[in-house]
Design a protein around this ligand. Structure first.
Ligand SMILES: Nc1ncnc2c1ncn2[C@@H]1O[C@H](COP(=O)(O)OP(=O)(O)O)[C@@H](O)[C@H]1O
Ligand SMILES: C[C@@](O)(CCOP(=O)(O)O)CC(=O)O
Ligand SMILES: [Mg+2]
Length: 414
């Protein structure tokens, strides 16, 4: 695959079923139209190194080709094997390369990268990977999955596993990206359900269910309605890995109580999917009710946070709509589905009071839109100055809107 190469993948909003999705219950998520991660792959200055430039998390690291050689032979292992369980041999071989990367954000991003790179590209060197994202990190909007998808698509192409000339990503290629990004998510947070990387790969909206055999089933929800909603980011940091393992521990300690909660969340997602397929004024109230119940169950699982309850409390007291946390919780984001008759001035008051009194950030964003996408080298070279300038650390992420697949004049392939 000739360089440079640019890949991109969206973030997501889970409407129903976070956490329960990990335990094979159905869940619904949609891609976030305007919040995406972009990965630019270029020739490195030195042919003997592989370089990561991930400024959002302060990671700028180079490995020498000699460090990447001598990796275990993964011979017979296919993606499904890695999906079931990460290779202990590969993990052990990567550990010394990760040793100097302290802090979980850097460590997990680099681990995800190295696992995919060694598995799919061998000891190739002389490549630099630069990331720029408009997604908040660790906020429940799937930044981990979007970076894993960008990496799986780029590394799959560099390793010759995906066609370099295609004018469209085929079904099999999307499946490849879905599987390998799931493996990347596993490096970042242990036991992902796969819903985030499925949405970041396929885009639009999906009804997702993980199967007992580590396979996943995701059904595209066509004509996903544009539900009027406000996303609020508390900015309270948290880690999906820690929250997911906390829920697992609760299920072990209190199975008789927690298993029915998780099952109820699955029922909510199934009912939610029926409503969303045929949303009307008459079932909109039920949709809001499902949002309210889903949040209550997430509280019972211990994954809310006082900072998220502020959003819920304000939304409820203003009777503006129904609020639930979205993503892993513990901080991060909440979504508020607005009542159909919510007055414009009340919506403005809701947003400004969350922003000014609590320092939260609110987003009004469309849902749906393209999943993973790439731009081939000839197109990039024709627009190189523009693209390279956007990856400059001093350039605000708002400028990334000129790159948006589907909106940009650049020829994204997806
Ligand atoms: N722009 C980025 N640059 C580098 N790493 C990123 C980026 N976005 C996400 N990550 C990786 O994803 C992790 C955050 O994932 P997670 O805790 O699942 O939160 P979320 O997916 O809700 O944003 C970070 O620790 C980091 O390793
Ligand atoms: C909690 C969970 O359901 C969603 C996590 O999403 P996020 O990483 O917080 O964006 C975990 C998963 O499904 O993999
Ligand atoms: Mg995540």
């Amino acid at each position: 695959m000739p360089l440079p190469l640019l890949t991109s993948a969206p973030g997501k909003v889970i409407i129903f079923g976070e956490h329960s999705a990990v335990f094979n219950e159905p869940a619904i998520a949609a891609s976030v139209a305007s919040l995406r991660t972009y990965l630019l792959v270029t020739e490195a200055e030195n042919a003997d190194i592989v370089e990561l430039d991930f400024p959002d998390i302060g990671l700028d690291h180079k490995w020498h080709v000699s460090e990447l050689s001598g990796m275990p032979d993964l011979g017979e292992l296919g993606p499904i094997d890695h999906c079931k369980e990460l290779s202990t041999d590969l993990n052990a071989a990567l550990e010394p390369l990760l040793q100097s990367l302290h802090g979980s954000l850097k460590y997990h991003a680099a681990y995800c990268f190295l696992y995919l790179y060694v598995s799919l590209c061998g000891a190739r060197s002389g490549v630099k990977f630069s990331v720029k994202s408009s997604l908040p990190i660790g906020a429940g909007l799937g930044s981990s999955a979007s970076i894993a998808v960008c990496l799986a698509l780029a590394i799959g192409k560099l390793g010759g596993h995906l066609s370099s000339e295609a004018q469209k990503l085929t079904k099999d290629e999307l499946k490849f990206v879905d599987r390998w990004s799931f493996i990347g998510e596993k490096c970042i947070h242990g036991t992902p359900s796969g819903i985030d990387n499925a949405v970041a790969t396929y885009g639009n909206a999906v009804l997702f269910q993980r199967q007992a055999n580590a396979e996943t089933r995701s059904e595209q929800i066509s004509d996903f309605p544009q539900i009027p909603m406000i996303l609020t980011n508390t900015g309270i940091p948290r880690s999906t890995k820690v929250l997911v393992s906390g829920v697992k521990d609760l299920l072990t300690r209190q199975p008789d109580i927690a298993v029915p909660i998780v099952k109820s969340m699955g029922i909510i997602a199934s009912r939610g999917a029926q409503i969303l397929a045929d949303l009307s004024a008459s079932n909109y109230t039920e949709l809001c009710e499902l949002v309210r119940i889903n949040h209550g169950l997430l509280v019972a699982l211990g994954v809310s946070h006082p900072g998220l309850e502020v959003i819920k409390g304000l939304g409820d007291s203003m009777a503006i709509g129904a609020t639930k946390l979205t993503g892993a919780g513990g901080g991060g984001c909440a979504l508020t589905i607005l009542k159909q008759d919510a007055p414009e001035d009340a919506i403005t008051k809701f947003k400004t009071s969350l922003e000014s009194a609590h320092g939260y950030k609110t987003y009004v964003t469309g849902l749906g839109g393209p999943g993973c996408a790439f731009i081939a080298s000839d197109q990039i070279l024709q627009n190189y100055e523009l693209i390279e300038s956007l990856f400059d650390n001093n350039v605000a992420v708002s400028n990334l809107s000129v790159l948006l697949p589907g909106k940009s004049s650049l020829q994204w392939i997806y």
